[in-house]
Ligand binder design. Structure first.
Ligand code: DGL
Length: 270
């Protein structure tokens, strides 16, 4: 049994990369729904239907435990999946909560009442669907008080990255940062709330300035997941087969993934 990692496209590779480094002995099966990316412009039902179909495919591949390395799916579909859809012997985890725990200086599963934290002004960069869901603000309110959040929906960035147009992606990131700064001139922290955005992390940091602490998910999620597996070792199976699955064109997706991962990555049709 391997562990499944899901994203609408290539963004989840940023999380996979950190997971592989943190847990080199665990086989991972990656599923990119590149045919249907971006999810960020879809409505919640659509995201739910696509995400559940992908997770079923990962279960078929022997992954009883699936990480949604996609904020849009975590924000728009995960709660609904957990309420009524996931069978008892399977687990689906999101990428949102570990990030908010890091921001609010909490250990995994610390459910104590909300309290004051160091950050006061937080800029959230995410897809339109994630921003619309307000899931970030909801999860934050469970853990922290007195934090002012300004969200910027970063239309177009995921499409540009999926197409490999990094010049357009950079221009869009800079214009979204400017738009955010018009609403919140001096954030003390910025959240990259989409797993595609770490690919552009240097541009975000440069546009925001060095005084802004940028939180990006990959390492935070890998650390939190390693902790989860240590507590629930029954989910580490004996499978050794890592795989990359896509609903898109395997050739095209493999070429882009190889570029982002800086090593040869071969996708096959899901
Ligand atoms: N990587 C996905 C996320 O974290 C991108 C969503 C999209 O496909 O728009 O939200």
């Amino acid at each position: 049994m391997a562990v499944g990692v899901f994203d609408s496209g290539l963004g989840g590779l940023t999380v996979l990369n950190a997971l592989e480094k943190r847990l080199p002995d665990v086989p991972f099966v990656y599923f990119g729904d590149n045919k249907h990316a971006p999810y960020g412009v879809r409505d919640a039902d659509d995201v739910y239907n696509l995400t559940t179909a992908a997770v079923e495919r990962l279960w078929e591949a022997g992954c009883d435990l699936v990480i949604l390395a996609c904020n849009t799916a975590s924000a728009a579909a995960l709660r609904r999946m957990q309420e009524s859809w996931i069978p008892r012997d399977k687990r689906v985890l999101g990428v949102f909560v570990p990030l908010i725990e890091a921001l609010t200086e909490r250990q995994w599963g610390d459910n104590s009442p909300p309290r004051e934290v160091a950050v006061k002004h937080v800029a959230l960069f995410a897809t339109p669907a994630t921003v619309r869901s307000r899931a970030f603000q909801r999860e934050l309110a469970f853990r922290a008080i007195g934090v002012d959040v300004e969200a910027q929906a970063c239309g177009g960035v995921v499409d540009a990255i999926e197409e490999g147009d990094m010049i357009l992606a950079e221009a869009l990131v800079r214009s979204h940062v400017e738009a955010l700064q018009r609403k919140m001139p001096s954030p003390d922290a910025a959240i990259l709330g989409c797993t595609h955005y770490p690919i552009m992390e240097e541009v975000f940091q440069d546009a925001l300035g060095e005084d802004v602490k940028v939180f990006s998910q990959a390492n935070i999620v890998a650390e939190s997941f390693a902790d989860y597996l240590a507590r629930r070792p029954e989910f580490i199976g004996s499978g050794t087969q890592s795989m990359f699955l896509t609903t898109g064109d395997p050739k095209k997706v493999s070429a882009r993934a190889t570029q982002f991962m800086r090593r040869k990555v071969e996708f096959q049709s899901a």
